[in-house]
Write a protein that binds this ligand. Structure first.
Ligand SMILES: *[C@@H]1O[C@H](CO)[C@@H](O)[C@H](O)[C@H]1NC(C)=O
Ligand SMILES: *[C@@H]1O[C@H](CO)[C@@H](O)[C@H](O)[C@H]1NC(C)=O
Length: 401
């Protein structure tokens, strides 16, 4: 080839290259993938891979690609407590997990940490698949034992703090030491197709806890645990939960509220299409009998089936264990606009509906619509104090509103 034809060929090549790139566009995004094995993670379940995961995160986070993926192949990866921190240069980071992340079988390794896997100040993070095995049962045994008095609190398995645009899909969380998943100070979060599994007697193992967060949605999620299925703390706004299965556990709970005097309210919460099997509570709103600036406004519980649930519908504003630290013994939390629609099934106790509201701030706008709760061999009852509202359609037990 002469110099000229070679020059010409190069120009043509570049031209075609540009053409191909623009024809492949529409989404001109580039994705870079990082396999944790390339960072010397070991999939044998016994070699600590914490630093390898942190290194993969640091490269993905600093990447100038539009989106980055951290890939975790099949196998077991031993990880200590670790934080994945923003801000990141890459605007979308996906953890694609085919393997299982495991904690040390010695609960003291994680026991003093607040969180095991903690995402802080991130945006555009997605977790797809994966199992998280926190091996919490030895810590539960410590806490349940009457002999030992000094057990660590334990770590939350997966937490997102001060983050936005978060997705968690198809993840399984097993045997957390404390809460399984915590969403704290976040905005625009989607949790879908998640499974939580822990023993029915495991202490403080809430499935998903949400607080100080806006626009969180939870779909198609099954939670079997020893504490609340979903717990909803102060400052939760625009929470949507759909197709949720709970049990064993303590059910879905708004609260406990009024823990603090200065507290943000809970606003606009919807639960649609849920089943509770053998839980201690079904749909619960709970506040301490203490002064507080908190409130609960706008809650819809729609299309719910109860199977042998001890307290299917309950508002308890007189929570004050051992009558300690409850000056005045009334709750400052005002509960209003709560709808229970199409709630059916069986109660394990005679009192299937209990509204025990604050004398200082009676519940208002409580509505029961088509509720049918029965109890084997017993006439079911409802109980009301300090509550205003109405019932519509068939309501059994007969409403005390
Ligand atoms: C309530 O929250 C849902 C999302 O869960 C949102 O679509 C809706 O607009 C919110 N309603 C109000 C009145 O803010
Ligand atoms: C309530 O549920 C019971 C048990 O499923 C059923 O036998 C009864 O007919 C229902 N009542 C109404 C009014 O739907």
């Amino acid at each position: 080839m002469t110099k000229l034809t070679s020059y010409f060929a190069t120009v043509v090549f570049i031209f075609i290259h540009i053409l191909c790139q623009s024809s492949a566009s529409g989404d001109e995004t580039t994705t870079s993938t990082y396999n944790v094995l390339e960072f010397e993670a070991k999939s044998n379940g016994v070699t600590d891979s914490t630093q390898a995961f942190l290194n993969a995160w640091s490269v993905a986070c600093g990447s100038s690609a539009d989106s980055t993926e951290i890939y975790v192949p099949k196998g077991r990866y031993l990880l200590a407590a670790m934080a994945f921190k923003g801000d990141c240069k890459s605007s979308h980071i996906t953890f694609r997990i085919d393997g299982t992340l495991v904690a040390s079988p010695d609960y003291r390794v994680l026991g003093q940490a607040n969180n095991w896997l903690s995402f802080e100040g991130v945006s555009g993070v997605t977790i797809v698949g994966g199992a998280l095995d926190a091996k919490g049962s030895a810590l539960w045994a410590c806490k349940l034992s009457t002999k030992t008095t000094s057990c660590p609190d334990g770590a939350t398995t997966l937490s997102f703090t001060n983050s936005k645009d978060i997705r968690v899909e198809g993840l399984m969380s097993l045997n957390s030491q404390m809460f399984h998943i915590v969403i704290n100070g976040c905005q625009d979060v989607l949790i879908q197709g998640v499974k939580v599994i822990a023993a029915g007697n495991s202490p403080n193992t809430d499935g998903i806890h949400v607080q100080l967060s806006r626009n969180v949605a939870i779909f198609d999620t099954s939670i079997k645990t020893g504490d609340d299925c979903v717990s909803i703390g102060p400052g939760t706004k625009d929470l949507w939960m759909e197709r949720i299965s709970c049990g064993p556990g303590h059910g879905i709970s708004i609260g406990s509220l009024a823990k603090d005097l200065e507290e943000e309210g809970v606003q606009n919460v919807t639960l649609k299409n849920a089943i509770f099997k053998g839980t201690t509570n079904g749909l619960r709103i709970k506040s301490w009998a203490r002064p507080s600036t908190g409130f609960v406004q706008g809650v819809r519980f729609l299309d719910v089936e109860m199977i042998k649930v001890q307290n299917p519908i309950v508002i308890d504003q007189n929570y004050c264990p051992h009558n300690l630290n409850c000056p005045g013994q009334v709750s400052g939390v005002k509960v209003s606009d709560v709808l229970y629609q199409n709630i059916r099934g069986t109660s394990a106790t005679a009192v299937a509906i209990k509204f025990d509201c604050s004398a200082a701030n009676p519940c208002s706008g409580v509505k029961l619509e088509n509720v049918n709760l029965t109890c084997r061999n017993q006439v079911v009852q409802s109980y009301c104090t300090n509550v205003n509202g109405k019932s519509v359609g068939t309501v059994q037990p007969s409403s005390c509103l």
